[in-house]
Design a binder for this molecule. Structure first.
Ligand SMILES: Cc1cc2nc3c(=O)[nH]c(=O)nc-3n(C[C@H](O)[C@H](O)[C@H](O)COP(=O)(O)OP(=O)(O)OC[C@H]3O[C@@H](n4cnc5c(N)ncnc54)[C@H](O)[C@@H]3O)c2cc1C
Length: 395
């Protein structure tokens, strides 16, 4: 098992179709943690179906979503998605070099070299930096553009998340649910006919002991935390308390935020590196759009780059006849122009939605409740925005 989260296999598959020779460099070892599940929207499913991946998830959307956008909305266990993507790339012979932890990028006029922590080196025509939130490639690009590498910021909101057997009272309930109560909110997605994914967002009470990072959580700590969580939820509807209480496992994270990159910070000054997915636009999880936007990125970058298919001249793949930096850079500029305005807007919405849904004072709770009463929607789901989000990246 290796964690191969969505943007890399997706962009590798699209580029392979256009005659490129992609190689995936993955830091994970065989014991990588895959995480629980993802809620995907019609735009994410649309990209997966363009890759030929059309099954393996639970459609938890209202039928109107399917009718309107032609693709469902629902939860998909990360392990399923990873398996589908892994099978798809191995079936077309895309190599994955695992345990390759990228630590540096060296750009030259006619090639780029990626250096691993253990000293191994891989050469190619260009690097697509889709190394997620703890990006190495982004830091390298910012340095190449003479920009400081930014610090991450804790938003003050923490997330607990788990997969649970669906409580009996929810078995007939096929839709995604969001429940807002006091200063917290809870999301619920069915992921199979009898299991669901949940996430609880809270602001930790002052004086609460801070949890260690996920990978350091022992079963004893998880058990103690579960007791505290159930105490926090004691006034909640039984179905949600049961969902949390029966979790197979729980994970914990602090919701972090990073700054929005300017368009020209999405690719290197020398023109051989470009950013994609969370490395380009690390959303807070409140909009549930990180993976969907990462998949959209993969689609658009592959659309923008020139084709090297045998039928389309020039027929020589770029690893044999590399493009010069000055030839490559305009494609990356075009990609950043296409994507940055959209992803920057979603980053802002995601941040605002988190603040709105996890208020800090009784006044803010009142303001939030009035907002929901007036609009009947969450800020990220008003129909015009939803239409714009869900109908992409192609008609
Ligand atoms: C708890 C949580 C819940 C989420 N829920 C949702 C959701 O419901 N819906 C949704 O759309 N999005 C969700 N997201 C966001 C979503 O997971 C990300 O937006 C998405 O995974 C981004 O994909 P990516 O391919 O850009 O990066 P990642 O998925 O982070 O993948 C990066 C890959 O790069 C590898 N890597 C990292 N550093 C190196 C290195 N130095 N060398 C080599 N390899 C490296 C990693 O091992 C990993 O395989 C959630 C995120 C979190 C944390």
């Amino acid at each position: 098992m290796w964690s191969c989260w969505p943007s890399r296999p997706a962009v590798a598959l699209f580029l392979k179709r256009k005659g490129y020779i992609p190689v995936v460099l993955e830091r994970s070892t065989s014991a990588g943690y895959e995480g629980s599940a993802l809620g995907l929207a019609p735009n994410g499913f649309k990209v997966l179906s363009a890759l030929g991946i059309t099954s393996g998830w639970k459609d938890s959307s209202l039928s109107s979503v399917l009718e309107r956008y032609g693709h469902p909305m629902g939860g998909i266990p990360r392990s399923f998605l990873n398996r589908f993507l892994k099978d798809a790339i191995s079936s077309v012979g895309i190599p994955v070099i695992s345990e390759f932890k990228v630590s540096a990028i060296v750009e030259e006029e006619d090639q780029v070299t990626v250096v691993a922590e253990d000293g191994r080196r891989e050469e190619g025509s260009f690097v697509i930096g889709c190394d997620g939130l703890n990006f190495v490639v982004r830091a390298s690009i910012l340095k190449s553009n003479n920009k400081p590498v930014e610090l991450v910021e804790f938003t003050g909101i923490v997330q607990h998340r788990g997969i649970s057997p669906t409580p009996p009272s929810m078995l007939d309930h096929l839709n995604t649910i969001m429940f807002i109560y006091g200063p917290s909110y809870f999301t619920y997605y069915p992921i199979t006919f009898n299991s669901c994914l949940w996430a609880l967002y809270q602001r930790p009470k002052v004086g609460t002991v801070e949890w260690p990072e996920n990978r350091f959580l022992t079963p004893e700590v998880k058990e103690a935390r579960m007791k505290e969580l159930l105490e926090d939820l004691k006034d909640w509807p039984k179905a949600f308390k049961d969902t949390v209480g029966n979790s197979v496992d729980i994970t914990y994270l602090k919701v972090l935020d990073r700054k929005v990159l300017e368009q020209e910070q999405g690719y290197s000054a020398k023109g051989r590196c470009v950013l994609l997915g969370d490395a380009a636009h690390p959303f807070t999880p409140h909009s549930g759009h990180g993976a969907n936007q990462a998949l959209e990125d993969a689609w658009h970058l592959a659309q923008i780059l020139p084709s090297f298919e045998p039928t389309t001249p020039p027929a020589t793949p770029p690893s044999v006849n590399p493009m010069s930096s000055s030839e490559l850079k305009p494609f990356f500029e075009a990609f950043a122009q296409k994507r940055q305005p959209r992803t920057a807007a979603i980053m802002k919405i995601s941040r605002d939605v988190g603040d709105l849904k996890c208020p800090m004072s009784p006044e803010e709770i009142k303001r939030r409740d009035e907002y929901f009463k007036e609009t009947g929607f969450i800020a990220g789901s008003v129909p015009t925005i939803q239409d714009d989000w869900f109908s992409q990246p192609f008609q």
